[in-house]
Design a protein. Structure first.
Length: 88
């Protein structure tokens, strides 16, 4: 039985939307990691959305979004270090 989103509490609805945004930004950050500024900003936004979502509702989507965004941060940092080393 599916829950009608229009009948949900506004806080829970916002938390679910932030969890989905966190996962989407995490996936996007993996793609944008080759441009360090874009990948870093997208990853940080994904982490923030996931953290705000977890304040209201503990959902698997928020945890996955945080994990993927954290992985995007790591990839961005590693790629940035690789760029600086390769320019020498």
């Amino acid at each position: 039985m599916d829950v009608d989103p229009s009948n949900l509490d506004p806080e829970i609805r916002t938390a679910r939307q932030l969890a989905i945004a966190s996962a989407a930004l995490g996936i996007l950050s993996l793609c944008l990691a080759i441009v360090p500024v874009c990948g870093g900003i997208t990853s940080i936004l994904g982490l923030a959305c996931g953290a705000f979502s977890l304040r209201t509702e503990r959902s698997r989507t928020a945890y996955v979004g945080i994990f993927i965004s954290a992985f995007g941060v790591v990839i961005t940092i590693v790629y940035t270090i690789f760029l600086f080393i390769s320019r020498r």
